[in-house]
Design a protein around this ligand. Structure first.
Ligand code: SPV
Ligand code: MG
Length: 671
């Protein structure tokens, strides 16, 4: 693609402004002339060959072009009779440089905005810029349009016409026809045919294939006199002040990101909102790079004016703060979980006259591969183990759900709920002794041995990436516990929770209905100390679980234990209760927090299940574990199906409560 710029005209209507240089050198902004803007846009579009016709002040013009030092090769062709002919003759003079080329043709006094030029460049057919919204000008060019194609161009056409500007893309087959007509005009010997518009020659050609490209009310205008100059300059200032907003969560950048950033930056000053770590975690995976590093990454991309934090998936806060003229996004969010976010964006933009611009969504296969690898990395022990501490530090409160098999692990891993413009998913998995034992048809009395419990962890870890909190029961003998700690740590488990009981452990939810004995404070502290000494990394956490409320030993006992266990090195405290009323849990949390504001607190609200995570967070809790709900919902459903089959002597009747076969297959991701 080559550009042809017509700069032979005298520009006499500009008055003093063209006394010492040609019209194209008129300033339209700070350090910008009509010509420097055109040439810069051509260079940015990757066009390197330019043919420029010249006339008056040709030396000034050539020197000026060279002084711009743009990566362009410009062939200057002087029309020796520029003052007696029109630009049809200038084109004729340059004909040998123009034959058999796809060209962008523009008059040297034309100013157009980036997006108009982008549309012209990306047109697959030959085109001329027209406006369906501007009024027909009295004296300037109009194009007669039929079936979307330009039939005639001139100042005299008013029927079926649109305002038109001399900015064209011409594919060589169309351009050759027009150029031949120009040559025929200029060689006809008729004076008038060298003085008319080049478009007169175009009008006479048959089967024109030049499509109308509608720039509507975007800027695309010629500067003929000082009034035009004032109007165009002020519109350019307006355009330069336009602001654009985009949001990214990415911790890896691919070519699609760069391409859309480039397009967005052409609409105005681009502000990139980078999603907070918390928002990324809420709907995707844990970011490989924290917010601060992702921010720097985007700040260093060409075209990005500034980077700000977007705290939530919803754009509301930032749109209300920055009120961008445009929001740019890929068109992938028209469907699926992002649709409510898009709907909110469109309504906010509509409230102040902003505009949503969507470009076709693109990703690339290398990126998909990297994303897959990132997910695989997240499942590796060293990556997974450290993430629980990070998540607690980042979010303040995290939630974990029980998993006792690969399948329940997948549910914990993949369940996402989109709500109020945001997304929610579990942060971690709880490997419950109760549910692990129940799945094996055994009572929860430390009967399922560690080798078997490790097997469950392995099954779950094999198909998931989220951090694991392991229910270590009493931790067993201290001499055994140190080995358990090392194994769990090596496997990539993030936290083991051990309860301060001794002897035959029974499930806490029985409370004092069964005989259970609490370990002494010194004994349990010894166990914690031994465990902490045994671990090899700083990531791994040992959480001490206090059974004083379960065994009705009183609040004072619970608190005394909590502080002693923290003193012995416990990384977190779990306080348990089997009361429906959360009062004693709240009291414990409040009193504990009076003396310790940092040690994470864990709760298992199986009984006191009316309390929301938000309330727990406000009271100072850090980890909420939903300890058994998958087992308790799955088991009755299975029992019901078995009963139905027996009752009906066939399986048809339980079809309605069965997940479709196709869906169950889809639950298991294929490698
Ligand atoms: C478990 O899930 O195994 C627990 C929590 O230890 S609870 O059942 O509430 O004791
Ligand atoms: Mg348990």
């Amino acid at each position: 693609m080559e550009a042809l710029i017509l700069n032979s005209g005298l520009g006499s209507r500009m008055g003093v402004l063209t006394r010492e240089h040609p019209k194209c050198m008129t300033e339209i902004g700070a350090r910008e002339t009509i010509l420097s803007r055109q040439l810069r846009m051509l260079a940015e579009a990757g066009i390197t060959e330019v043919v420029m016709t010249t006339g008056a002040f040709d030396t000034v013009l050539v020197n000026y072009c060279n002084s711009l030092e743009l990566p362009l090769h410009i062939t200057f062709v002087k029309n020796p009779v520029y003052d007696k002919t029109n630009y049809i003759y200038s084109i004729y003079c340059a004909r040998e440089y123009l034959k058999d080329k796809d060209i962008i043709l523009m008059h040297g006094d034309l100013v157009f905005e980036n997006t108009v030029f982008d549309d012209v460049l990306s047109s697959e057919t030959s085109c001329m810029t027209v406006s369906s919204t501007l009024p027909l000008p009295e004296k300037d060019f109009k194009a007669v349009i039929a079936d979307g194609k330009v039939q005639k161009v001139g100042i005299e056409f008013f029927n079926d016409a649109m305002a038109a500007q001399p900015l064209y893309k011409l594919l060589k087959e169309d351009w050759n026809k027009w150029l031949d007509a120009i040559i025929a005009y200029c060689e006809s010997g008729e004076e008038a045919k060298r003085k008319c518009y080049a478009e007169n020659a175009l009008n006479g050609t048959a089967d024109k294939n030049i499509f109308a490209l509608d720039f509507e009310d975007r800027l695309c205008a010629e500067i003929d006199d000082p009034e035009d100059l004032a109007v165009v300059s002020s519109r350019l200032r307006e355009i330069e002040e336009r602001s654009v907003y985009m949001c990214f969560s990415a911790d890896m950048i691919h070519s699609g990101h760069i391409a859309i950033i480039k397009k967005a930056a052409r609409l105005g000053r681009l502000t990139v909102g980078v999603l907070s770590d918390e928002a990324v975690c809420s709907y995707k995976r844990f970011p490989l790079l924290p917010f601060s590093e992702r921010k720097v990454m985007f700040e260093n991309i060409n075209g990005v004016y500034r980077v700000v934090e977007q705290k939530e998936l919803s754009y509301r806060e930032n749109l209300e703060k920055y009120r961008p003229d445009y929001v740019v996004h890929g068109d992938d969010w028209r469907e699926g979980f992002q649709k409510p976010i898009r709907d909110e964006v469109t309504s906010i933009l509509a409230s102040y006259g902003g505009q949503l611009v969507e470009f076709p969504y693109s990703t690339d296969s290398k990126y998909k591969e990297l994303e897959k690898r990132a997910r695989a990395d997240m499942s590796l022990p060293y990556m997974r183990r450290a993430r629980l501490r990070k998540a607690i530090a980042m979010k303040g409160l995290i939630s974990a759900i029980e998993a006792h098999s690969g399948l329940t692990g997948l549910i914990a891993e993949n369940t996402v709920v989109y709500q109020d413009g945001g997304a929610r998913q579990f942060d971690a998995m709880w490997i419950s002794s109760l549910c692990d034992s129940t799945a094996k048809g055994k009572p929860d009395i430390e009967l399922v041995d560690m080798t078997s419990r490790f097997r469950t962890i392995d099954d779950i870890m094999e198909v998931t990436t989220k951090p694991v909190i392991f229910d270590g029961d009493t931790g067993g003998l201290t001499e055994h516990f140190v080995y358990t700690v090392r194994t769990l740590e090596r496997m990539g488990v993030s936290m083991v929770i051990i309860e301060d009981k001794t002897g035959l452990k029974k499930n806490s939810l029985f409370g004092n209905e069964v005989k259970q004995t609490q370990a002494s404070i010194p004994d349990f502290c010894e166990k914690i100390k031994a465990g902490k000494k045994a671990q090899k990394t700083t990531d791994f956490m040992i959480c001490a679980r206090i059974e004083s409320l379960i065994l009705e030993q009183g609040m004072e006992d619970a608190l005394e234990r909590a502080f002693a266990f923290v003193g012995a090195g416990a990384d977190a405290i779990m306080i348990h209760s089997r009361k429906k009323d959360p009062a004693e849990i709240f009291e414990f949390v409040e009193k504990f927090r009076e003396n310790d504001s940092t040690t994470p607190l864990v709760v298992v609200p199986t009984s006191f299940n009316t309390v929301t995570e938000e309330e727990f967070r406000d009271r100072g809790v850090n980890v909420v574990i939903y300890a058994n709900q998958l087992t308790r919902t799955g088991f009755p459903a299975m029992q019901n199906a078995a009963r139905m089959i027996l009752e009906h002597h066939r399986a048809k009747e339980c079809d309605d409560i069965c997940m479709p076969f196709k869906d169950i297959i889809r639950l298991i991701p294929e490698e």
